[in-house]
Design a protein around this ligand. Structure first.
Ligand SMILES: NC(=O)CC[C@H](N)C(=O)O
Length: 309
Protein backbone atom coordinates (compact mmCIF):
# COMPACT_ATOMS: atom_id res chain seq x y z
CA UNK A 1 0.00 0.00 0.00
CA UNK A 2 1.40 3.46 -0.87
CA UNK A 3 1.78 5.84 2.05
CA UNK A 4 -1.31 7.55 3.41
CA UNK A 5 -0.27 11.04 2.36
CA UNK A 6 -0.02 9.88 -1.26
CA UNK A 7 -3.41 8.20 -1.01
CA UNK A 8 -5.25 11.27 0.33
CA UNK A 9 -3.59 13.50 -2.28
CA UNK A 10 -4.51 11.04 -5.06
CA UNK A 11 -8.13 10.97 -3.93
CA UNK A 12 -8.32 14.76 -3.81
CA UNK A 13 -6.75 14.97 -7.26
CA UNK A 14 -9.13 12.37 -8.70
CA UNK A 15 -12.19 14.22 -7.41
CA UNK A 16 -11.06 17.74 -8.42
CA UNK A 17 -12.86 17.65 -11.80
CA UNK A 18 -16.10 16.85 -10.01
CA UNK A 19 -16.03 19.76 -7.51
CA UNK A 20 -19.43 21.43 -7.30
CA UNK A 21 -21.47 18.26 -7.83
CA UNK A 22 -24.47 17.81 -5.54
CA UNK A 23 -26.60 20.54 -4.00
CA UNK A 24 -25.60 22.79 -1.11
CA UNK A 25 -28.16 22.77 1.75
CA UNK A 26 -30.24 25.88 1.15
CA UNK A 27 -32.92 25.53 3.82
CA UNK A 28 -30.41 27.19 6.18
CA UNK A 29 -29.75 30.48 4.31
CA UNK A 30 -26.26 30.92 5.74
CA UNK A 31 -25.18 27.49 4.43
CA UNK A 32 -26.49 28.31 0.96
CA UNK A 33 -23.74 30.95 0.70
CA UNK A 34 -20.87 28.45 0.97
CA UNK A 35 -18.77 27.95 -2.18
CA UNK A 36 -19.61 24.37 -3.29
CA UNK A 37 -16.31 23.87 -5.11
CA UNK A 38 -14.35 22.75 -2.08
CA UNK A 39 -13.10 19.39 -0.85
CA UNK A 40 -11.03 18.68 2.22
CA UNK A 41 -9.70 15.37 3.55
CA UNK A 42 -7.87 14.78 6.85
CA UNK A 43 -6.77 11.46 8.30
CA UNK A 44 -5.57 11.38 11.91
CA UNK A 45 -4.02 8.03 12.76
CA UNK A 46 -4.00 6.47 16.20
CA UNK A 47 -0.21 6.48 15.86
CA UNK A 48 -0.16 10.29 15.81
CA UNK A 49 0.15 11.11 12.10
CA UNK A 50 -2.02 13.68 10.37
CA UNK A 51 -2.44 13.56 6.59
CA UNK A 52 -4.33 16.28 4.78
CA UNK A 53 -5.32 17.22 1.26
CA UNK A 54 -7.35 20.00 -0.38
CA UNK A 55 -9.38 22.33 1.83
CA UNK A 56 -8.63 20.45 5.04
CA UNK A 57 -7.72 23.64 6.91
CA UNK A 58 -10.89 25.57 6.03
CA UNK A 59 -13.50 25.76 8.83
CA UNK A 60 -16.99 24.62 7.93
CA UNK A 61 -20.30 24.12 9.74
CA UNK A 62 -20.21 20.62 11.22
CA UNK A 63 -24.03 20.54 11.66
CA UNK A 64 -25.24 17.04 12.55
CA UNK A 65 -21.75 15.70 13.22
CA UNK A 66 -22.13 17.59 16.51
CA UNK A 67 -24.75 14.97 17.45
CA UNK A 68 -21.92 12.50 18.12
CA UNK A 69 -20.23 14.88 20.55
CA UNK A 70 -23.47 15.85 22.29
CA UNK A 71 -24.42 12.17 22.67
CA UNK A 72 -21.00 11.47 24.18
CA UNK A 73 -21.56 14.30 26.66
CA UNK A 74 -25.10 13.12 27.50
CA UNK A 75 -23.95 9.52 28.05
CA UNK A 76 -21.36 10.88 30.49
CA UNK A 77 -24.09 12.70 32.40
CA UNK A 78 -26.97 10.25 32.50
CA UNK A 79 -25.38 7.02 31.28
CA UNK A 80 -27.59 4.37 29.76
CA UNK A 81 -30.65 6.22 31.12
CA UNK A 82 -30.62 8.19 27.88
CA UNK A 83 -32.14 5.16 26.12
CA UNK A 84 -35.45 5.69 27.90
CA UNK A 85 -35.88 8.80 25.76
CA UNK A 86 -34.37 7.81 22.44
CA UNK A 87 -34.02 4.53 20.54
CA UNK A 88 -31.09 2.84 18.84
CA UNK A 89 -32.64 1.75 15.57
CA UNK A 90 -32.07 3.13 12.07
CA UNK A 91 -34.99 5.32 11.07
CA UNK A 92 -35.13 4.67 7.34
CA UNK A 93 -36.54 8.20 7.15
CA UNK A 94 -35.14 11.65 6.33
CA UNK A 95 -33.18 13.40 9.11
CA UNK A 96 -35.99 15.87 9.85
CA UNK A 97 -38.96 13.51 9.51
CA UNK A 98 -41.87 13.81 11.92
CA UNK A 99 -44.01 10.82 10.85
CA UNK A 100 -42.48 8.08 13.02
CA UNK A 101 -42.66 10.24 16.12
CA UNK A 102 -46.43 10.07 16.36
CA UNK A 103 -46.65 6.32 15.90
CA UNK A 104 -43.82 5.78 18.39
CA UNK A 105 -45.17 8.06 21.13
CA UNK A 106 -42.62 10.84 20.87
CA UNK A 107 -39.60 8.55 21.26
CA UNK A 108 -37.24 9.23 18.34
CA UNK A 109 -35.69 6.20 16.60
CA UNK A 110 -32.10 7.18 17.31
CA UNK A 111 -29.89 10.03 18.60
CA UNK A 112 -28.62 11.00 15.13
CA UNK A 113 -31.86 12.13 13.49
CA UNK A 114 -32.94 15.64 14.44
CA UNK A 115 -35.69 14.58 16.86
CA UNK A 116 -33.32 12.23 18.71
CA UNK A 117 -30.57 14.82 18.88
CA UNK A 118 -32.98 17.41 20.24
CA UNK A 119 -33.98 14.99 23.03
CA UNK A 120 -30.28 14.37 23.79
CA UNK A 121 -29.63 18.12 23.94
CA UNK A 122 -32.56 18.48 26.34
CA UNK A 123 -30.81 15.99 28.64
CA UNK A 124 -27.57 17.97 28.62
CA UNK A 125 -29.51 21.14 29.43
CA UNK A 126 -30.64 19.77 32.81
CA UNK A 127 -29.55 22.11 35.60
CA UNK A 128 -28.07 24.64 33.17
CA UNK A 129 -28.95 27.81 31.37
CA UNK A 130 -28.71 27.40 27.56
CA UNK A 131 -25.55 29.54 27.49
CA UNK A 132 -23.84 27.23 30.00
CA UNK A 133 -24.77 24.10 28.05
CA UNK A 134 -23.40 25.63 24.84
CA UNK A 135 -20.22 26.56 26.71
CA UNK A 136 -19.90 23.04 28.09
CA UNK A 137 -20.15 21.50 24.63
CA UNK A 138 -17.69 23.98 23.14
CA UNK A 139 -15.17 23.24 25.91
CA UNK A 140 -15.68 19.51 25.40
CA UNK A 141 -15.08 19.68 21.64
CA UNK A 142 -12.00 21.87 22.15
CA UNK A 143 -10.73 19.29 24.63
CA UNK A 144 -11.39 16.45 22.17
CA UNK A 145 -9.64 18.26 19.33
CA UNK A 146 -6.98 19.58 21.73
CA UNK A 147 -7.49 22.93 20.04
CA UNK A 148 -8.90 26.08 21.68
CA UNK A 149 -9.54 27.79 18.35
CA UNK A 150 -12.64 25.66 17.62
CA UNK A 151 -15.56 28.10 17.61
CA UNK A 152 -19.28 28.51 17.01
CA UNK A 153 -20.45 30.45 13.96
CA UNK A 154 -23.13 32.73 15.40
CA UNK A 155 -24.37 33.77 11.95
CA UNK A 156 -25.17 30.11 11.16
CA UNK A 157 -26.90 29.63 14.53
CA UNK A 158 -28.97 32.77 13.96
CA UNK A 159 -29.83 31.78 10.41
CA UNK A 160 -31.12 28.43 11.61
CA UNK A 161 -33.04 29.93 14.52
CA UNK A 162 -34.92 32.11 12.03
CA UNK A 163 -35.76 29.27 9.65
CA UNK A 164 -35.83 26.14 11.84
CA UNK A 165 -39.60 25.71 11.70
CA UNK A 166 -39.38 21.97 11.33
CA UNK A 167 -37.09 21.58 14.32
CA UNK A 168 -39.50 23.69 16.38
CA UNK A 169 -42.30 21.39 15.24
CA UNK A 170 -40.30 18.27 16.20
CA UNK A 171 -39.42 19.67 19.63
CA UNK A 172 -42.97 20.82 20.38
CA UNK A 173 -44.34 17.48 19.25
CA UNK A 174 -41.98 15.61 21.57
CA UNK A 175 -42.81 17.98 24.38
CA UNK A 176 -46.48 17.09 23.97
CA UNK A 177 -45.47 13.47 24.69
CA UNK A 178 -43.46 14.55 27.75
CA UNK A 179 -40.13 13.78 26.09
CA UNK A 180 -38.76 17.35 26.31
CA UNK A 181 -38.31 18.81 29.80
CA UNK A 182 -37.16 22.35 29.05
CA UNK A 183 -38.72 25.24 27.15
CA UNK A 184 -38.47 24.46 23.44
CA UNK A 185 -36.75 27.81 22.73
CA UNK A 186 -34.00 26.90 25.22
CA UNK A 187 -33.46 23.40 23.84
CA UNK A 188 -33.33 24.61 20.26
CA UNK A 189 -31.13 27.55 21.24
CA UNK A 190 -28.54 24.99 22.34
CA UNK A 191 -29.22 22.65 19.40
CA UNK A 192 -28.75 25.37 16.77
CA UNK A 193 -25.49 26.48 18.39
CA UNK A 194 -24.14 22.92 18.54
CA UNK A 195 -24.95 22.49 14.83
CA UNK A 196 -23.15 25.79 14.15
CA UNK A 197 -19.83 24.50 15.51
CA UNK A 198 -17.23 25.50 12.98
CA UNK A 199 -14.26 23.16 12.48
CA UNK A 200 -11.68 22.22 9.90
CA UNK A 201 -11.27 18.65 8.67
CA UNK A 202 -7.98 18.49 10.60
CA UNK A 203 -9.65 19.55 13.86
CA UNK A 204 -12.57 17.21 13.31
CA UNK A 205 -10.37 14.21 12.53
CA UNK A 206 -8.40 14.82 15.73
CA UNK A 207 -11.60 15.31 17.75
CA UNK A 208 -12.86 11.92 16.57
CA UNK A 209 -9.72 10.02 17.55
CA UNK A 210 -11.23 8.78 20.83
CA UNK A 211 -13.70 6.74 18.77
CA UNK A 212 -10.87 5.11 16.83
CA UNK A 213 -8.72 4.45 19.89
CA UNK A 214 -10.87 2.65 22.44
CA UNK A 215 -12.20 5.82 24.05
CA UNK A 216 -8.95 7.68 24.71
CA UNK A 217 -7.20 10.27 22.57
CA UNK A 218 -3.79 8.73 21.83
CA UNK A 219 -2.23 12.15 21.16
CA UNK A 220 -3.12 13.72 24.50
CA UNK A 221 -3.62 10.59 26.61
CA UNK A 222 -7.03 11.99 27.67
CA UNK A 223 -9.59 9.31 28.41
CA UNK A 224 -12.94 10.40 27.03
CA UNK A 225 -15.15 7.31 27.37
CA UNK A 226 -14.64 3.61 28.09
CA UNK A 227 -13.66 1.30 25.23
CA UNK A 228 -17.09 -0.29 25.44
CA UNK A 229 -18.84 3.07 25.07
CA UNK A 230 -16.64 4.04 22.11
CA UNK A 231 -17.60 0.75 20.40
CA UNK A 232 -21.27 1.43 21.01
CA UNK A 233 -21.13 4.98 19.67
CA UNK A 234 -19.43 3.56 16.56
CA UNK A 235 -22.23 0.98 16.23
CA UNK A 236 -24.81 3.77 16.31
CA UNK A 237 -22.86 5.75 13.72
CA UNK A 238 -22.74 2.76 11.40
CA UNK A 239 -26.46 2.04 11.68
CA UNK A 240 -27.84 5.58 11.92
CA UNK A 241 -25.13 8.10 11.01
CA UNK A 242 -26.34 8.80 7.47
CA UNK A 243 -30.14 8.80 8.02
CA UNK A 244 -31.89 6.87 5.25
CA UNK A 245 -28.54 6.64 3.46
CA UNK A 246 -26.93 4.63 6.29
CA UNK A 247 -27.23 1.27 4.53
CA UNK A 248 -25.72 2.64 1.35
CA UNK A 249 -22.82 4.24 3.26
CA UNK A 250 -22.11 1.00 5.16
CA UNK A 251 -22.21 -0.92 1.88
CA UNK A 252 -19.91 1.45 0.03
CA UNK A 253 -17.52 2.54 2.79
CA UNK A 254 -17.84 -0.14 5.47
CA UNK A 255 -16.92 2.17 8.37
CA UNK A 256 -18.97 4.02 11.00
CA UNK A 257 -19.59 7.60 9.93
CA UNK A 258 -21.66 10.65 10.79
CA UNK A 259 -22.62 13.24 8.23
CA UNK A 260 -23.88 16.82 8.47
CA UNK A 261 -25.72 19.05 6.00
CA UNK A 262 -22.71 21.39 5.97
CA UNK A 263 -21.10 18.68 3.80
CA UNK A 264 -18.84 17.15 6.42
CA UNK A 265 -18.48 13.48 7.38
CA UNK A 266 -16.61 12.11 10.39
CA UNK A 267 -15.61 8.50 9.79
CA UNK A 268 -13.92 6.00 12.10
CA UNK A 269 -11.56 3.17 11.22
CA UNK A 270 -11.42 1.50 14.65
CA UNK A 271 -7.88 0.98 15.90
CA UNK A 272 -6.41 2.80 12.93
CA UNK A 273 -7.65 6.31 12.20
CA UNK A 274 -10.26 9.02 12.47
CA UNK A 275 -11.07 10.62 9.14
CA UNK A 276 -12.86 13.88 8.32
CA UNK A 277 -13.94 14.86 4.83
CA UNK A 278 -15.81 17.94 3.69
CA UNK A 279 -17.42 18.97 0.44
CA UNK A 280 -20.60 21.09 0.58
CA UNK A 281 -22.59 19.50 -2.30
CA UNK A 282 -25.07 16.96 -0.91
CA UNK A 283 -26.75 13.90 -2.42
CA UNK A 284 -30.51 13.36 -2.34
CA UNK A 285 -30.60 12.19 1.27
CA UNK A 286 -28.51 15.10 2.56
CA UNK A 287 -25.07 13.51 2.83
CA UNK A 288 -21.93 14.96 1.19
CA UNK A 289 -21.74 13.55 -2.33
CA UNK A 290 -18.01 13.91 -2.93
CA UNK A 291 -17.25 13.34 0.76
CA UNK A 292 -18.87 9.90 0.50
CA UNK A 293 -16.96 9.23 -2.73
CA UNK A 294 -13.68 10.23 -1.08
CA UNK A 295 -14.33 7.86 1.83
CA UNK A 296 -15.27 5.03 -0.50
CA UNK A 297 -11.99 5.53 -2.36
CA UNK A 298 -10.02 5.75 0.89
CA UNK A 299 -11.56 2.54 2.23
CA UNK A 300 -10.84 0.77 -1.07
CA UNK A 301 -7.22 1.97 -1.23
CA UNK A 302 -6.40 1.21 2.43
CA UNK A 303 -8.54 -1.91 2.88
CA UNK A 304 -10.02 -0.39 6.07
CA UNK A 305 -13.39 -1.95 6.90
CA UNK A 306 -15.15 -3.03 10.06
CA UNK A 307 -16.31 -6.08 8.10
CA UNK A 308 -12.82 -7.42 7.43
CA UNK A 309 -10.60 -7.65 10.52
N1 LIG B 1 -28.50 16.72 8.78
C1 LIG B 1 -28.11 17.79 9.43
O1 LIG B 1 -26.95 18.13 9.47
C2 LIG B 1 -29.23 18.59 10.04
C3 LIG B 1 -28.75 19.61 11.01
C4 LIG B 1 -29.45 20.92 10.86
N2 LIG B 1 -28.93 21.84 11.83
C5 LIG B 1 -30.95 20.76 11.04
O2 LIG B 1 -31.41 20.69 12.14
O3 LIG B 1 -31.68 20.71 10.10
Amino acid sequence: MPDLQTIVEDIHQALLPRLGEGAVADYIPQLAKVDPKQLGIAVATTGGELHMAGDAATPFSIQSISKVFMLTLALGKVGEGIWKRVGREPSGSPFNSIVQLERENGIPRNPFINAGAIAVTDTVLAGHQPREAIGELLRFVRYLADDDTVSIDDAVARSETQTGFRNFALANFMRSFGNIDHPVEHVLGVYFHQCALSMTCAQLARAGLYLAARGANPLTGHTVVSAKRARRINALMLMCGHYDGSGEFAYRVGLPGKSGVGGGILCVAPGVASIAVWSPGLNKVGNSLLGSEALEMLAARTGWSVFDM
